[in-house]
Ligand binder design. Structure first.
Ligand code: F0G
Length: 440
């Protein structure tokens, strides 16, 4: 771990003065060489500035063996990321996640002449897409000499931050809504050694509290309001397009909570388009849980009327009632002619059961990607012959309580429940179970 003196030196690293962030409200730019989450002039959210005044070809993203670009599915896309000093990068070889095409899921979604693929972000080092943003945020924090790094979280950001902060040797503090995040994510965060603060309130309250703290205390905020986080998350889109030979699918769907990812996806597509990597935009579809759907309601109003809600959903990762990146996400939807929709908890759980039974598996929030497409195809908003990629944001083991609640509870709506059978320890009983399994 570096000393305070070394960190002070890092804070004045001249290589950082080339970094720039731009306010999406007032349009003013600021150098990105220190920890900033809002515009110093007007308080608006900030975007990292990327040089788009050039043409890039896929060769720019070669997997050079042994290099960082060869190992990390984030840093491979460095030409479209902020130019952080190479020796400050904190990477756990994140990204490189699989893209699976699955006919059963396509049929479930109603894509009769189309295709459904899943980009599985649960294959990241800590089991969620957050690692992609975290490698960039932690590298920036490391480069600017952050002494403590913090986030509010519904569980995945905290696990990812805890892991990357431990890798960097920077103390981490996470605020979580007590009793409202999955035990698997809480356990991960504790295990990686972060200081865990449980608050008597929801995620929205935790994030507000933390943003107040960063105004008065020198702490590096790692939530997606930090402009470096979405930069890493853009690489989900870059890698997906790369896997498709830089051909676009018709639709990319993803779950929406705090909306950092929706914001990042729009920025990625816009940048890929501007540097000539793609010549058309896919439509972005953001899917919220019906009990936590302020963005879907905002979309329904023609982006005219926004109201925060009190969030309730079984998909605890997206139990968010007042998303911080709502305006950035709106920009993504408008830019891509996208759609925002909401699905019930039951639709989410059923879609999750389908994804799980396909042998793929994901956490509840991720399954909103499929549930939303099924709904939109049924409603005629997406053509049945479309090629759709749904992003699965988290691993199946991220919420084992949700699995038990679905499969073990005697609940008629849980149509795909797979209850373990208990038998006496004898061969005849076992044979009967096998006969039932084979013959139904
Ligand atoms: N899916 C999962 C598994 C998540 O953990 C999250 C967000 C989302 C989707 C929504 O992404 O916020 O960019 O719209 N989890 C955050 C957290 C809030 O604290 O882990 P978003």
């Amino acid at each position: 771990m570096s000393s305070v003196r070394e960190r002070d030196a890092a804070a004045h690293d001249t290589r950082l003065s080339a970094l720039q962030v731009i306010c999406m409200s007032c349009g003013r730019t600021t150098t990105g060489d220190h920890a900033l989450t809002t515009c110093p002039h007007c308080g608006g959210l900030l975007d990292a500035v990327i040089d788009l005044d050039r043409t890039l070809t896929p060769e720019a993203f070669a997997r050079v063996p042994g290099s960082l670009a060869g190992q990390s599915g984030v840093w491979r896309y460095a030409p479209l990321l902020p130019a952080l000093p190479a020796d400050k990068i904190i990477s756990r070889q994140e990204g490189n996640t699989p893209l699976y095409w699955d006919e059963r899921l396509a049929a479930y979604a109603g894509l009769t002449g189309g295709r459904f693929g899943v980009k599985h972000e649960g294959h990241n080092p800590t089991g969620s897409f957050k690692d992609r943003g975290m490698t960039v945020a932690l590298s920036h924090a490391n480069a600017v000499g952050a002494r403590v790094i913090a986030c509010a979280s519904t569980g995945n950001t905290s696990a990812s931050l805890a892991s990357y902060a431990a890798t960097a040797g920077i103390p981490a503090i996470v605020l979580i809504p007590e009793g409202k995040i999955s035990i698997s994510k809480l356990s991960q965060t504790i295990a990686y050694g972060a200081t865990v603060v449980q608050i008597d309130g929801d995620f929205d309250r935790a994030l507000k509290l933390l943003r107040e703290l960063t105004d008065v205390y020198d702490v590096y905020l790692a939530n997606s309001v930090n402009p470096y986080r979405p930069e890493g998350q853009k690489t989900i889109v870059f890698e997906l397009l790369d896997q498709l030979g830089w051909q676009i699918p018709d639709v990319i769907s993803l779950p929406g909570g705090n909306l950092g990812n929706t914001a990042a996806f729009g920025k990625a597509l816009s940048e890929a388009f501007q540097v000539g990597l793609i010549s058309k935009m896919p439509r972005l579809v953001t899917v919220q849980a019906a009990g936590a759907a302020p963005f879907a309601a905002y979309y329904e109003s023609g982006f005219d009327h926004y109201e925060a809600v009190h969030a309730e959903t079984v998909a605890s990762a997206i139990k968010i009632g007042d998303p911080a990146s709502i305006e950035r996400a709106r920009r993504s939807i408008e830019l891509t002619g996208g759609i925002v929709t909401a699905v019930s908890d039951n639709e989410i759980l059923e879609a999750k059961a389908m994804i799980d039974r396909a042998g793929i598996g994901c956490e509840p929030a991720s399954a909103a990607s499929l549930a939303g497409i099924r709904k939109l195809v049924r409603d005629g908003e997406i053509e049945a012959d479309a090629t759709v990629v749904g992003v699965l944001t988290g691993n199946v083991l991220k919420d084992t309580d949700a699995i038990a609640a679905y499969h073990l509870k005697d609940e008629p709506r849980h149509e795909f429940a797979n209850r373990p059978v208990s038998v006496p320890a004898d061969l005849d009983a076992l044979k009967k179970v096998l006969d039932d399994a084979v013959h139904g």
